[in-house]
Design a protein around this ligand. Structure first.
Ligand code: BES
Ligand code: MN
Ligand code: ZN
Length: 505
């Protein structure tokens, strides 16, 4: 489902359900709200006068006016106007549309574009395009559902069929914002769906097929390296992790050329562990089912390629997803085993549950050696330590290039995919010293997110690189206004924004 922009005078507006935002403590209705109020017989003013609605962020009130052309109005609070950002708008839009969906409204209209907040940075007011984009993102992302595995009572599932972003006057900016928001929501829907599939369905083979299909439709070239190819290339890391599996590994390579012909590509790398049991270093059973989301970085990489192509981003990109599950079996990798990575460095595996870095290291080498990447961004549900350090609010951000890190942090702030930087000082590298090989794959109990990044850093050399640890943010158990329980789609919007605002490296 996509959103569409509609413009007409309030006098002509008709809606099955209309979402209207109001700031906290505003007794006066804005001109537009006042005009809407007149259209629904003064219902809004009455609710405000009664004190039932204070406008606190995400507070909602559902009003009925069946005898008027606007059948229902959802008032949604935007909080204090001085605190409002684009994130406020996204959340309000999400709350508004789900409130209407839950009472079975099929067609929702949002009038939020008139309530422009100050933007995302304290000094920067939001433009109409940004606001329209935020409304669209919030609405479409909130309505995401995945019902592929239900076979009963399907008629009880409530879905919205049409989302309309309404404004009083025609505006190219609003149309552009709605179109961009729809593209982003679509890319995120692709990733969320793939992540939601259980691992018996979303195998590496299925990931590769879905990537191929979606990329080809978007004009992105795709090449899938098969197990035999990986053997011929000596991609020892991907093969080591896949060694215990019944399912063949895939290395998905996607290329989009939106930049100058001679410009080196930016590599977008994502961890595609379709299920992480831990391997022989088996994880505890409790909560293990969630490890189907260990391919969220890979799904994000595919989604970013799709989004970049559809937004027409003027950069050359190469998307890289090493995909396999991590299984214990008679043939599985064992603690103490040593393998040779694609780059040539030997790795002693002290814990088979630190598998993400083992498949990523080969993909990073491929980015550097085979694609001469100008820069690399990798995304991975890499460490439980990141969940301990930052919880579910922030992506762990580490890297070797402060300018690129700063841009990602800024893009995260703006898009709602927030990140927080952790240090990557060289002293941490001592923790990866192995007694028998060039390095070991774990650094011990301390600083787990940092030592994982140190491991990856050995494979990027001097290439500007940022690593995003999304272990805590790729999945949510708490329902949020536009992030239903399940896969969130983080950090797709932050990375796309970074690509569009690429710093000089
Ligand atoms: N996929 C996990 C990390 C993870 C944990 C993601 C929780 C999402 C939620 C990763 O492969 C892993 O198992 N990491 C180990 C590393 C350790 C053995 C050094 C971890 O974090 O425990
Ligand atoms: Mn693991
Ligand atoms: Zn893992």
């Amino acid at each position: 489902m996509n959103a569409r922009a509609q413009s007409c005078p309030v006098q002509d507006l008709q809606a099955e359900g209309l979402v209207v935002g109001l700031y906290e403590g505003e007794t006066q209705l804005t001109d537009t709200a006042q005009a809407i109020d007149a259209r629904v017989g003064g219902l809004l003013a009455a609710v405000l006068a009664a004190g039932d609605f204070k406008g606190k962020a995400n507070q909602t009130v559902l009003l009925h006016s069946p005898s008027t052309p606007i059948k229902r109005v959802v008032l949604v609070g935007l909080g204090k106007s001085g605190d409002a950002t684009l994130e406020t708008i996204r959340q309000a839009a999400g709350k508004g549309v789900t409130t209407l969906r839950d009472v079975n409204v099929k067609s929702v209209t949002l009038a939020l574009t008139e309530d422009a907040p100050r933007g995302w940075a304290p000094a920067k007011p939001a433009g109409r395009q940004e606001v329209a984009q935020a409304v669209t993102e919030g609405a479409l992302l909130a309505l995401f559902q995945m019902n592929d595995y239900r076979t009963r009572d399907l008629d009880e599932i409530k879905t919205v069929d049409a989302v309309t972003i309404w404004s009083t006057g025609p505006s190219e900016e609003i149309e552009a914002g709605v179109s961009r928001g729809s593209i982003l929501a679509d890319a995120i829907r692709f990733a969320r769906t793939l992540i939601m599939h259980p691992s018996n369905v979303a195998t590496a083979t299925r990931m590769a097929e879905d990537a191929r299909q979606a990329c080809e439709a978007a004009g992105i070239a795709v090449k899938i390296y098969e197990k035999a190819d990986l053997e011929a290339m000596k991609m020892g890391g991907i093969l080591a992790v896949n060694q215990g599996s019944e399912h063949p590994p895939k290395f998905i390579v996607m290329e989009y050329r939106g930049g100058a012909p001679d410009e080196k590509p930016i590599a977008i790398v994502g961890k595609g562990v379709t299920f992480d049991t831990g391997g022989i270093s088996l994880k505890p059973g409790e909560g293990m089912e969630k490890m189907k989301y260990d391919m969220a970085g890979g799904a994000a990489a595919i989604a970013i390629m799709l989004g970049a192509a559809r937004l027409g981003i003027r950069k050359n990109l190469v998307g890289l997803v090493p995909a396999t599950d991590n299984m214990p079996s008679a043939t599985a990798l064992k603690p103490g085993d040593v393998f040779t990575s694609y780059q040539g460095l030997t790795v002693e595996v002290l814990n088979t549950d630190a598998e993400g870095r083992l498949i990523l290291c080969d993909a990073l080498t491929y980015a550097v050696k085979d694609k001469q990447a100008a820069a690399i961004i990798d995304m991975a549900t890499l460490t439980g330590a990141c969940v301990v350090a930052l919880g579910t609010e922030a992506v762990g951000v580490l890297g070797n290039h402060q300018g690129l890190i700063n841009q990602l942090l800024q893009s995260g702030e703006k898009t709602g995919d927030r990140g927080w930087q952790l240090p990557l000082w060289k002293e941490y590298n001592e923790l990866l010293r192995s007694d028998i090989a060039d390095m070991k794959n774990i650094g011990g109990r301390e600083a787990g997110t940092i030592t994982a990044a140190c491991f990856l850093q050995r494979f990027v050399g001097e290439t500007p690189w940022v690593h995003l640890d999304i272990a805590g943010t790729a999945w949510t158990e708490k329902e949020r206004p536009y992030r239903p329980k399940g896969p969130t789609g983080t950090p797709i919007r932050a990375v796309l924004d970074t690509l569009e605002n690429w710093p000089t490296l």
